[in-house]
Design a protein around this ligand. Structure first.
Ligand SMILES: NC(=O)c1ccc[n+]([C@@H]2O[C@H](COP(=O)([O-])OP(=O)(O)OC[C@H]3O[C@@H](n4cnc5c(N)ncnc54)[C@H](O)[C@@H]3O)[C@@H](O)[C@H]2O)c1
Length: 248
């Protein structure tokens, strides 16, 4: 894809699943990648297989100060962060009426506040340079709702609203913000859902017109597109990569 070679990317949630696949895809496109995750050893494994080099950083996306430190460290090691991909996420599948306030707070802190804090942390540098591409990972759950993932669906819908609004504010600085909504994707997160509720996992596959889960690299392809110069005139958009599960 055009315009990615040599651009430093920061990917949160890069120790696993979609974040790891996004890091590797951007690496194949020539981006040095700062792989950020709570799970440092997983992030280090991701970096070890990066085609274009990078660094592994441990940070909790839910805290602005932690993300500001991560950006500063990435810039010391690799240079100015030109691309941000927010993949860190967490979910607990259970009926809403059985979920606790502590779970709501954790779901919102990681999935929604994490995207807000990560975005805020890269924006000063991007505004100064008048250049940047930000890709947020939401979910089809945020577009159409998903039973058993009620607060998560709310947090993921929040990402879409936040992304559109921030895209409007920063467009004049040449910064683009777009959202990828994966459908059910074969990652450790989905594995946990399958183990907790095998019937739900089967039902999910039946509901997908392609009758299979997404592979993480299929989500990463959409991330690379939004990050690249091929999407130079695209901002504030939401793309579902979900085998036809949602069509809108
Ligand atoms: N797998 C799916 O079916 C699916 C579907 C739609 C959306 N998504 C979204 O895609 C993203 C990636 O999901 P995945 O399936 O690859 O999950 P995953 O569990 O494989 O990876 C998530 C990563 O985020 C990291 N993480 C969690 N909390 C963190 C925090 N506070 N700070 C830093 N890192 C943290 C984890 O350590 C892990 O490495 C998530 O935002 C998820 O909500 C996944």
């Amino acid at each position: 894809m055009r315009g990615l070679e040599g651009k430093v990317a920061m990917v949160t949630g890069a120790a696993s699943g979609i974040g790891r696949a996004a890091a590797w895809r951007l690496g194949e496109e020539g981006c040095p990648v700062a792989a950020v995750d709570l799970n440092l050893s997983g992030a280090q494994e991701t970096v070890a297989k990066l085609a274009s080099g990078g660094c592994a950083l441990q940070a909790d996306v839910a805290y602005l100060s932690a993300m500001q430190e991560a950006v500063a460290e990435a810039e010391r090691s690799l240079g100015a962060v030109r691309i941000l991909v927010c993949c860190a996420g967490w979910d607990k599948v259970e009926p809403f009426v059985e979920s606790t306030e502590a779970t709501w707070e954790r779901v919102i802190a990681i999935n929604l506040k994490g995207v807000i804090a990560s975005t805020r942390a890269v924006l000063d540098g991007m505004i100064e340079r008048r250049d940047g591409a930000i890709v947020h990972i939401s979910s089809d759950a945020g577009r159409v709702g998903s039973s058993g993932e009620v607060v998560y669906s709310g947090a993921k819908a929040g990402i879409i609203g936040f992304s559109k609004a921030v895209a409007r504010e920063v467009a004049r600085f040449g910064i683009r913000v777009n959202v990828v909504c994966p459908g059910p994707t074969d990652t450790p997160m989905l594995q946990a859902t399958k183990e907790a509720n095998p019937r739900l996992a089967e039902a999910l596959v039946k509901a997908i017109p392609f009758r299979r889960l997404a592979r993480p690299e299929e989500i990463a392809a959409a991330v690379a597109f939004f990050a690249s110069a091929d999407a130079a005139y695209v901002t504030g958009q939401t793309l579902s990569v979900s085998g036809g599960l949602t069509m809108a």
